[in-house]
Design a protein around this ligand. Structure first.
Ligand code: NAD
Length: 286
C-alpha cells in the first residue's frame, strides 16, 4: 500500500507544508493534514469552494486529495493543558480533540498508523522584536510553538508510526548565523529544533526505527514569513548573493522533503539539510 503522511501546519496553499503535501501526494502518499484551530474554518471552506483547485494540481494533471483535515493546536499536549479562556474562545469551542495527544488518538482511530510525520509550523508572538527586547513570555511561547511542538508531535505519533518511517521539520539558518529581524526568540527556537533533530534521531531511531531530519529552507513569502516583515528583503538578498541566482520555489523544498522521508534516504537521519539555493555556503555577500 501507499504511505500515509500526517502534515502539521497547513492553513493555505502558500507555505512549505502545502508544497510538501503536494510532493508527497505526487509520490503516491495519502495525505492527512493538521490545521491550526483558528485557521481551520477558512482553510476548510476554501478547500470546499475550490479556491485551492489550481494549486492542488499535481504533475500528472490530477488534483491532490486530502483525505482528512484535523484541527490542531500544537502548543497544547492534552486537554489538561488548555486554559479556560482558550476552551471557551469561540474560535476553539467549535472544534474538539485538537490537542496533540487527541489528534494522535484520532488518527489512530481513523487510520491505525502513519509512515510520515511532517512538522511545518512555527509561531513567535514577538518575532518582530530584537532578542534583547523579547520578554520571557514571548521567548517561551516561540519555543513552545516552534520547537517543543515537534518533540510533542513525534512523542505522540511515534507509537503509531510504522518502522522505517520518517519525520521532517523546517528550520531556518537564523539558528546558526545572525539574521537581524528574526527575533522574539525564533532564532533560539530554530537552534533548539536543530539540536532536538539530532537527539530525537537517536531516540526514535533506536526505539522505533524512525528517521528524524530537518530542512533548513531559504526564504519564501508564506503567510508566516510575511508576518515577520523582512521576507522580501531576505528573498532579494538570496537572489543577489546565493550561488544559484533564482527564485526558491516551495516545490523544491517539497521535493527535498519527499526524498528525505522516502526509502531513497534510508541512511539519512539527524541531519540538517539545506534547501536554499546554496546561500548557507557563502561567507560574504557579493
Ligand atoms: P505557513 O504560514 O504556511 O506555515 C506556518 C503554519 O503554522 C501556519 O499554517 C499556522 O497556522 C501554523 N501554526 C502556527 N501556530 C500553530 C500551532 N500552535 N498549532 C498548529 N499550527 C500552528 O508558513 P511557512 O513559512 O511555510 O512555515 C512553515 C515552516 O517553515 C515553519 O517552521 C517556518 O519557520 C519554516 N521556514 C520558513 C521559511 C520562510 O521563509 N517562509 C524559511 C525557513 C523555514
Amino acid at each position: 500500500r501507499g504511505k500515509r503522511a500526517f502534515i502539521a501546519g497547513v492553513a493555505d496553499d502558500n507555505g512549505y507544508g502545502w508544497a510538501i503535501a503536494k510532493s508527497l501526494a505526487a509520490a503516491g502518499a495519502e495525505i492527512l493534514i493538521g490545521t491550526w484551530v483558528p485557521a481551520l474554518n477558512i482553510f476548510e471552506s476554501s478547500l470546499r469552494r475550490g479556491k485551492f483547485d489550481e494549486s492542488r494540481k499535481l504533475p500528472d494533471g490530477s488534483l491532490m486529495e486530502i483525505t482528512k483535515v484535523y484541527p490542531l493546536d500544537a502548543v497544547f499536549d492534552s486537554l489538561d493543558d488548555v486554559p479556560e479562556d482558550v476552551k471557551t474562545n469561540k474560535r476553539y469551542a467549535g472544534s474538539s480533540n485538537w490537542t496533540v495527544q487527541e489528534v494522535a488518538e484520532s488518527v489512530k482511530q481513523d487510520f491505525g498508523s502513519i509512515d510520515i510525520l511532517v512538522h511545518s509550523l512555527a509561531n513567535g508572538p514577538e518575532v518582530t522584536k530584537p532578542l534583547l527586547e523579547t520578554s520571557r513570555k514571548g521567548y517561551l511561547a516561540a519555543i513552545s510553538a516552534s520547537s517543543y511542538s515537534f518533540v510533542s508531535l513525534l512523542k505522540h505519533f511515534l507509537p503509531i508510526m510504522n518502522p522505517g518511517g520518517a519525520s521532517i521539520s523546517l528550520t531556518y539558518i537564523a539558528s546558526e548565523r545572525i539574521i537581524p529581524g528574526y527575533g522574539g526568540g525564533m532564532s533560539s527556537a530554530k537552534a533548539s529544533l536543530e539540536s532536538d533533530t539530532r537527539v530525537l534521531a537517536f531516540e526514535a531511531g533506536r526505539k522505533h526505527k524512525i528517521r528524524v531530519n530537518t530542512i533548513s529552507a531559504g526564504p519564501l513569502g508564506s503567510r508566516a514569513a510575511k508576518a515577520i516583515g523582512f521576507i522580501d528583503m531576505m528573498i532579494n538578498y538570496s537572489l543577489a548573493n546565493a550561488p544559484l541566482q533564482k527564485e526558491l520555489h516551495a516545490e523544491e523544498v517539497g521535493n527535498a522533503a519527499a526524498f528525505l522521508v522516502s526509502p531513497l534516504a534510508s541512511a539519512i537521519t539527524g541531519a540538517v539539510v539545506y534547501v536554499d539555493n546554496g546561500l548557507n555556503a557563502m561567507g560574504v555577500g557579493v
